[in-house]
Design a protein around this ligand. Structure first.
Ligand SMILES: Nc1ncnc2c1ncn2[C@@H]1O[C@H](COP(=O)(O)OP(=O)(O)OP(=O)(O)O)[C@@H](O)[C@H]1O
Length: 335
């Protein structure tokens, strides 16, 4: 890949787990165990090329949202480096930091929760433009109208409040707010999963139209593999805070290398799929407070070997442009 637009290098995010009420009370009394460390994101390397759609998938709790929030600068990583357009973001200050925060915009899952109910739509969409002085006061209304037009919202509704819109329209308001500041990179965290199925397709089509119109780059987080297959150029599959496989979407869906990817793909509900090919995902995601040793997927893996219980497989290239962390594809002596 030429210089990626966006990169994570060894990014880790740890949270302190407060534990149960009893554990907290014991700690207050001075006799409890120290808080445990939850490794929500655990040493992730990931690159997104300019103009591509990277789908990030995995079960609930595997760290996708945490990764998305780190990408947008909302959440600082515990360790590792976030690189945007060739520059580590941690060192950015002043105008350069603001540029990064504007160029990378986040689209949230719940459009209602992410819109201030007391603000009119025009103010929601224009707020960042006016706060950061990105357009002259006299041009603000036109800029808001342009953003509304981009997402197919009728400009006649500019003085309405979020509750006066449907779920799909509210998500369009969130997209218009992001587009208003002319981003390059949209980080979308389950952006259609709260919408009716009939509306989902319209919003997904809007994302793809905007990509074509503005050359946008996407990190598209979803647990819906059918959707990810449809829109992504490349896919990264996450399990317990780590990327276990990445590569071109068509290749991964045709021939997954990691047993976890294969299990996720077999669990995609599809009207066309023969009944015997469908298999719901077996087992539960282990607690990230106490991940299994060796390969974290081994307790649920139908191919688990002795080495999988002992040695964590390295995330290595298994074919041009494809990486996986699995002993089926790497020598057992990998670190
Ligand atoms: N602020 C926080 N404090 C403590 N733990 C957190 C915090 N945010 C996330 N976690 C934990 O980190 C892990 C990863 O959460 P995250 O929300 O990133 O996963 P996810 O894959 O996006 O899941 P979902 O699809 O359900 O949103 C989970 O165990 C979650 O409970």
């Amino acid at each position: 890949m030429a210089q990626p637009l966006f990169e994570l290098r060894g990014v880790t995010k740890h949270f302190r787990s407060k534990g149960t009420l009893a554990e907290r009370l014991l700690r207050l009394a001075g006799s409890g165990r120290p808080p445990a460390t939850l490794r929500a994101v655990d040493g992730v390397d990931l690159a997104v090329a300019r103009g591509e759609v990277l789908g990030l998938v995995g079960e609930s709790g595997c760290g996708k949202s945490t990764l998305a929030r780190i990408a947008t600068g909302i959440l600082p990583p515990t360790a590792g480096t976030v690189v945007y357009d060739g520059r580590p973001t941690a060192g950015l200050t002043g105008r350069a930091r603001l540029d990064y925060l504007l160029k990378v915009q986040m689209i949230f899952q719940d459009p209602y929760a992410s819109l201030d109910p007391r603000m009119r739509v025009s103010r929601i969409i224009g707020e960042a433009l006016s706060v950061h002085g990105l357009v002259a006061k006299a041009d603000l209304a036109a800029a808001v109208d342009r953003a509304m037009g981009e997402v197919g919202l009728d400009r006649a509704y500019r003085d309405r409040y979020p509750h006066q819109f449907s779920g799909g329209q509210r998500q369009r308001i969130g997209i218009a707010r992001a587009l208003a500041v002319k981003p390059d990179f949209l980080v979308c965290d389950e952006p259609v999963s709260a919408l009716d199925v009939s509306i989902q397709a319209q919003v997904v089509n809007l994302f793809m139209d905007l990509r074509a119109r503005h050359g946008l780059t996407y990190l598209f987080v979803s647990h819906d593999l059918g959707l990810v297959r449809h829109i992504s150029d490349r896919v990264a599959i996450m399990y317990l805070g780590r990327i276990v496989e990445s590569g071109p979407a068509a290749d991964i869906f045709a021939k997954p290398a990691h047993p976890y990817s294969a299990a996720l793909i077999k669990a995609i509900p599809s009207a066309r799929r023969r009944k015997r090919d469908f298999q719901p995902l077996q087992g539960e995601l282990p607690s990230p407070l106490a991940p299994p040793g060796g390969c974290p997927f081994h307790p649920r893996c139908e191919h688990a070997m002795a080495v999988c219980r002992e040695v964590r497989p390295a995330f290595v290239e298994i074919a041009p442009g494809r990486q996986a962390a699995c002993h089926l594809h790497t020598p057992a002596e990998s670190p």
